[in-house]
Design a protein around this ligand. Sequence first.
Ligand SMILES: [Zn+2]
Length: 363
Amino acid sequence: MITPFRYSSLIFILILLLCRFTVPVVDVHAATERMVRVVYFVPRDRPFQWNIPTTLDTQIKAVQRFYAEQMEAHGHGRKTFNLKTDTNGKLVVHPATGKFDDTYYHTDALNKITKEVGTQFDMGKDIYIVIADISTERIQGNCGIARFDGGPVMIPATGDCVQGDHGVDLIAHELGHALNLEHDFRDESYIMSYGAAREKLSVCAASMLSVNPFFNQDGNAGNTANALATIQMLTSPTYPANEENWTLRFNVRDMNGIHQVQFLLSVPREAISLISCQSFNNIQNTTVEFDMPTGATIAPVNNIYIRVVDQNGNISGKSWTLNVTETAETKTINTNSTETYLTLTYDNPDALVPINNPTEWAG
Ligand SMILES: [Zn+2]
């Protein structure tokens, strides 16, 4: 005979069993479904401009299409990010009213606005594109800025920066940073350059995005614990000054499997830029060589940066400052030419570090 107590226990067990089978499915789905969301932020003394959500719907869908077309062109299929839309497929634009007047946001806008928006939305999982309606029509003097590794992206609501195709370019570029793409000034047509007609992803960028969790909603990308890469510089510190091919060598190890290793460089007064990348098929340990671009040996200081993209789209990296100085070992080859040796110095040849910490941003 089943007493009321036992009967309720049975129901309880049944509920437990149901939970066992249903909850994990929901969890897996929720953990992988990462998307791009849009917030329209208006300081308290400015009016909402009701045409802006419609403009954004067109522009951000064009950005989504840009990535899909470029990924397909590079042989990765029509991979792109998911966008928060309503049941009619229209972009959801979350409104947010600032706690302060317009002028408050003229400086340090990224931090100030992110802090306020962060109290209303969980900005940890999704990438937020924040459209800031401030009268300067710039974000800290820039057309747009973004934090690496998940954003947010911040662009002005109005002005020349966001007009028509410029707006589409700008959003695609800043979103690229949030998706961990670095600047790439090798070709003015690359979206991560500062070119006037940006319309392409580089081979390196497309390959990197092919493992990005935002572009792989149905896979396990991004859900695996990230074992940091170890990056060690192997290059000899002494180098002939007139050497044509200045090659830097590194040992790279990553337990998650290496997908891509990137070489970036900045010389004085220039922003850091991607120089080249190499692809790997899930190996855990390799030695990579990168050639410095022609002319780089002239710079007295070269900031170099090695980034490792693992199979799940996680990034590790390490930068070195190479101080290039002439050594005393100047050898006279003949009366007409002198071969000068350079000393390459750098601190900490070994690195086990995560990069893209939340304070890092790019314009
Ligand atoms: Zn940029």
